[in-house]
Design a protein around this ligand. Structure first.
Ligand code: PSU
Length: 317
């Protein structure tokens, strides 16, 4: 057992249910990628959520690593789900969205819970997994100076040393403030590509600069290993712009996002409900184009994370 994670492992161990495949992969020093489950419970409609959950696991496998989808059921934290659990999660009509603060409450009530970036990071770290793939992270909401609405994902990134492979944040959020927050809280923020422009999920650029960009995964591996050697407790974002061929629909989707944001304000949608409301409204307005694009970037990120996790375990410090 890795002593570095022992403290957190011990506190979580009563609740952690790690699948035999994930346990074996970790024990053998193989690459493992955590996958979140809010995207399954709240991000995509059934049955697309189920097929996407399976295709993300497949992408991780075909890039040489093992997938570990994380979710809460029956008072336990599950790391690595079999087909039956994936189906239960995807078809649940009562699943709750679980950020870090909600883990305990979801366990005591034995609810079905889809984990956000924040809680998935926390759980992945407790299980000894250091690479995690998702679509987009939460961030600073527009109007946060009035509402104080800032995703707990950013807090978790500031204190949990897990690398989150994502496509940045949606423009429904305040991207410059989100990037600023990450810098203030010492989160490594790297763009995977030529240009140092933080991606905005459906589009490749946001106009905000990240810390640096690189086309080499080995440089990301070095960064993670060096941060670990330095004992730095912060998370890392590896921001992967949506692949060119899917970015074409970006402008249309962007207009739909602007409309959905206006509607959310008019209908006084607040707090944890904002992101699911906007995502589903944008999908309606674009007649499904946003969902296709969303799935494409999720798959791309899962493949990159799979390669990164493999390089991370095979490369010497
Ligand atoms: N961004 C997306 N799709 C999502 C989310 C974010 O484009 O499904 C989900 C992620 O699970 C993320 C969470 O961690 O929403 C953030 O929610 P909140 O802002 O309530 O913290």
């Amino acid at each position: 057992m890795c002593t570095r994670f022992f403290g957190q492992k011990r506190t979580f161990s009563k609740f952690l249910q790690i699948s035999s495949q994930v346990k074996e992969a970790l024990a053998n020093g193989e690459g493992v990628v955590a996958l979140e489950s809010t995207v399954i419970t709240h991000g995509l409609p059934y049955p697309h959520n189920l097929s996407t959950a399976k295709s993300l696991e497949q992408k991780v496998r075909s890039s040489g690593s093992h997938p570990a989808t994380i979710a809460l059921f029956d008072g336990k934290i599950h790391v690595g789900l079999d087909d039956e659990k994936l189906e239960k999660l995807a078809s649940s009509k009562t699943a709750v969205k679980v950020s870090t603060r909600d883990i305990a409450k979801t366990l005591i009530r034995k609810e079905v819970g889809g984990t956000t970036v924040a809680s998935t990071m926390k759980i992945a770290h407790a299980a000894g997994i250091s690479v995690f793939a998702t679509g987009g992270i939460g961030g600073v909401h527009r109007g946060a100076d009035q509402t104080f609405d800032i995703s707990a994902d950013l807090q978790e990134l500031s204190k949990t040393p897990v690398c989150v492979v994502c496509s940045g944040v949606k423009s429904i959020l305040d991207i410059p403030k989100t990037v600023e927050y990450l810098e203030t809280h010492s989160v490594n923020c790297v763009v995977y590509g030529i240009q140092n422009d933080f991606p905005s999920f459906f589009t490749q650029k946001s106009g905000s600069r990240a810390q640096f960009s690189t086309e080499k995964l080995e440089e990301v591996v070095q960064l993670l290993k060096t941060s670990k050697s330095l004992g730095l407790p912060y998370g890392t974002i590896l921001a992967c712009p949506i692949p060119e061929k899917y970015a074409a629909d970006g402008d249309v989707i962007q207009k739909a996002i602007d409309q959905a944001v206006r509607e959310a304000i008019e209908q006084k949608i607040a707090s944890q409900s904002v992101t699911p409301f906007i995502l589903s409204r944008v999908n309606e307005l674009t007649q499904g184009a946003s969902m296709k694009t969303n799935i494409a970037l999720l798959e791309n990120n899962a493949s990159i994370a799979g390669r990164l996790a493999t390089e991370l375990v095979h490369r010497r410090p």
